[in-house]
Structure formats: C-alpha cells, structure tokens
Write a protein that binds this ligand. Structure first.
Ligand code: SF4
Length: 466
C-alpha cells in the first residue's frame, strides 16, 4: 500500500499529540549503561531490565570492571533477564572489545557499534539515538509490527523496515518516532489483540479499517467479507454468529434483529432483488436458498462472477448440511458445530407420544404443510405424524372440505404467517374439529429455518411432546 506524504504527516501528527515526549524506557546514565541495558533487554521487558541493572552497575561501574568480571558472578546478577549465559558472555566480550579497540569508550559510529559482541543494528541505533543524540530508527518487534500494520513497510526483516521508515520520515524525527511506535505498540497496537477501536490512528490504518464493531455482539472483529443475504432466516443466523458487521446488503424481508439490520441497505425482495443494487454493494458472497430465491437470480449473479452460496433447506437433515456449509464458508466452524449439536440434542431422547398433527398455512383455499415440508419435518422429527399429505409430491398440498372431514388430528396448528391466522380462525377450526386441540403458533418459529430451528424444536417438544 502506498502512503501519501499527507498520510505520513497525519500519522506523525497523531503520534506527536499522543506521545509528545516518548523516550527510551531503559534506565541509564551514559552510553555504557545503555549498551548493557539494551543487550539485557533482548527477550526481556524493560521493567525487568531496570530492576536488574542497578546491581550490575554497582558491581561493575565501568567498562574496565565489566571486562574483567567473573562470568559466574555476572550470571547471578542478570539471571532474571533470561538467556543469562549468552548475555553474560556478550557483556564481558563487549566490554573487552571496547577497552581494547576504543580506549574504554563506547563508540559513536554505527559501523563500530555493530562490531561489538551482542550488539546488532537495533541495539546500535538505540545507543546512537539515546546516548549520542544521533538520529536513528531502532526497529524492534513493536516498530516492525506498527510499520507493517500502518502500511509503511511490507517486510519482516528489521533492516528493510528501517530503510523503509528512514526513507519515509525526516531524519530529525527518527528517534522520537521509534519511541512513539514502541509506546503505541505496547499500549494500543498490541501484537495479539490490537485495540483498534481505541486507536487514534485508525482512520489512517489499513489494518484498523478492516476491524468493525459487530452491532449484534458489540465485539470488534476483523472483516474483509462483504456479505449479502437474500434469505431472511439466514440473515438472522449470521447476526447470531457474529457476522453482522460483514453484512452489506439484505432483502426487505430480512427484518430480524431489527436494531442491527436497520442500517444495512436493502436490495429488494427475496424473489425480485434489485440486481444493480447488489452489484453496487460489491459483495464477496451472496447467500441464497433454493425455495426462497429464484434460479434466475443465482444465474444472474453467476453471470456477473459474483460468488454465491446456494442453500437447500427442506428438512432437519438439510439444516445440518446448511449449518456446515455456512460454517465452512463464513469461517464460523465452532458456531456451526454448536448449532448442529444443539439441533441434534433437541431431537434426541425418548419420544413420549405420537401426535397426529395438521399444520395449516393458508385459508381459502385450505393449504397445509405436508410431511415433506420444513415445518412438517420439525413435527416428524419429534415423533409427530403429519396429516394432509394427499399429494406426496407437494410440500404444501391443498385440501378440499371433504378431505378435511376425513382427518382426525390430535393437534391443529395455525401459524401466524404466511396467512395471519387469528383467534377467530381458531374458533372456526374448533367447530370443524371439536375433538382436536387447536393452537395459534408464531409463524416465524415454524418457518425461519436455521436461525430458529432449535428454538422451534424446543417449543414443540415442551408444549406437545412431553
Ligand atoms: S488501528 Fe489497529 S492496527 Fe492500526 S495502528 Fe491502531 S491499533 Fe494498530
């Protein structure tokens, strides 16, 4: 990513505001102490080094004394900083070389410093900039990470990162800048979980801009996906799985959860979405379902080379497959496994009784959900016998009055959608079937597959199968 001079100026302005006086955190009084402290800081925190160095400098106040140190004594003093065997060897050898070649004074040229045992380019730059006031860019793990995340370098090699940063920023700012990067890396731009939502650099940071707050869970998540769901219940499921921040489009019928979806653009209906709007949203994936959406939409999307995931949900078995497909494609394997396990738990267990159930979905003409339909499948999975299957090839067969008279259901369910059955309809049905239990049931519970399948099974089980 190319950073413009304006971007660089803004980055520095933010850092200057945040950390106007960022300094080296290693306690030292001169070049000797800083060199020792920096060698000890490898794989160790500055705080731990600062606890250790006073006793080292008390015993070895000068390079001469360190050059003639007993290695065992030194090891004891620096043990807490880790890698103490190597570090003690380096410290004594470094001191001996300085005494021998530099008259006991830490050299102030980079090429001399990097000749000292235990001193690499980073340590040399720390010493140059902090002990001698010579501008230098010391690239440690924090500086390297910040440089990559802010798009200032693509390299993982500290030497290359140093070159990139020195090329981008003015020489006189190098010392302050590397301290600012270190402070920011320690406090905000942490290695494992950068606090992008708290970071003032976020508007300028290509990495931070990929982080979004999930409106459903309130968590900050990384996302480069631009998802459009043309299936209302799948849209709801995506929000449940913490993918709301990746949703860039939905249909008019994707209404749950309303608070989360209200800001997400609509692209029309499920059968007739506006193709132009979908294209404009530049999705990385459009999710469809065979009965919910038409084949024409899938073909149009395919023609425009827009990746699609077409689900086919007809029963509980296909629900499991859909969970797995969505889990894989949306990188939500754990959520997918949990959903599958929950669904299986709901249908396991002793079936206490078998019920003959009639599920109406429409009135005038009377249309019922057959045993091959999704909601028929829910009842069957719990041990119910779904009535009204006069035509096995139809998921939702029509029933004549004569056909209805022959049926003897234990339970009649009147869902509130797609036909808005109400209390009046229930009374009418009770007259037609005086021996049956007639209940109005939330239609979304019976028809919103995936997002509400476990809830529907639990509800049916508790109310009718215990
Ligand atoms: S926005 Fe995030 S990644 Fe970018 S600098 Fe800030 S904390 Fe680091």
């Amino acid at each position: 990513m190319t950073r413009t001079p304006n971007d660089l100026k803004k980055i520095q302005t933010y850092l200057n505001k945040l950390y106007p006086k960022a300094i080296c955190m290693l306690d030292h009084r001169n070049a000797y102490e800083l060199t020792v402290a920096t060698i000890l800081s490898a794989q160790c925190t500055d705080a731990r080094v600062n606890i250790t160095t006073p006793s080292v400098f008390k015993k070895y106040p000068t390079l001469d004394t360190l050059a003639s140190a007993n290695i065992k004594d030194l090891q004891k003093l620096i043990k807490a900083t880790g890698f103490y065997r190597n570090k003690s060897k380096f410290l004594i050898a470094m001191a001996q070389r300085v005494v021998h070649f530099h008259q006991g004074n830490i050299p102030s040229r980079s090429e001399d410093l990097i000749q000292l045992p235990g001193v690499g380019k980073k340590t040399a730059n720390v010493v140059l900039s902090n002990a001698f006031g010579i501008p230098a860019m010391a690239v440690d793990t924090h500086v390297g990470r910040l440089a990559r995340r802010l798009g200032l370098s693509t390299s993982k090699n500290p030497d290359h990162i140093e070159k990139d940063l020195c090329r981008l920023f003015r020489r006189e700012t190098w010392t302050l800048l590397h301290h600012q990067f270190i402070t920011h890396g320690r406090t905000i731009c942490k290695a494992q979980s950068p606090l992008c939502h708290e970071c003032s650099l976020r508007p300028l940071c290509p990495t931070g801009l990929r982080e979004k707050k999930d409106p459903h869970t309130g968590r900050w998540v990384k996302t480069s996906e631009r998802l459009i769901s043309l299936v209302p219940s799948v849209t709801e499921l995506m929000c449940q799985w913490g993918l709301a921040s990746s949703l860039v489009g939905r249909t008019n019928y994707c209404i749950h959860p309303s608070r989360v979806l209200e800001k997400i653009p609509r692209v029309g209906g499920t059968k007739n979405p506006r193709f132009k709007d979908i294209l404009r949203l530049k999705p990385t994936l459009v999710i469809l379902e065979r009965t919910e959406n038409t084949k024409k939409i899938a073909q149009e999307l395919e023609g425009a080379r827009i990746p699609t995931l077409v689900l086919n949900v007809t029963d509980l078995k296909s629900c499991i497959k859909a969970y797995q497909l969505l889990g894989q494609r949306l990188h939500r394997e754990t959520k997918s496994k949990k959903s599958v396990a929950e669904l299986r738990r709901c249908i396991l267990g002793r079936r206490v009784k078998s019920l003959k159930v009639l599920i109406f979905v429409w009135k005038s003409p009377w249309i019922v959900a057959g045993s091959q339909s999704y909601c028929g499948g829910l009842l069957k999975a719990l041990g119910g016998q779904v009535l009204g299957d006069t035509n096995k090839s139809m998921d939702y067969p029509k029933l004549t009055s004569k056909e209805m008279e022959k049926l003897k259901p234990d339970l009649i369910l009147l869902p509130t959608e797609p036909y808005p059955f109400n209390e009046k309809d229930r009374q009418e049905m009770m007259k037609l079937f005086p021996k049956s239990k007639v209940d109005i049931i939330n239609g979304e519970l019976l028809t919103w597959y995936l997002s509400r399948t476990p809830a529907a099974l639990r509800y049916l089980k508790q109310n009718y199968f215990t």
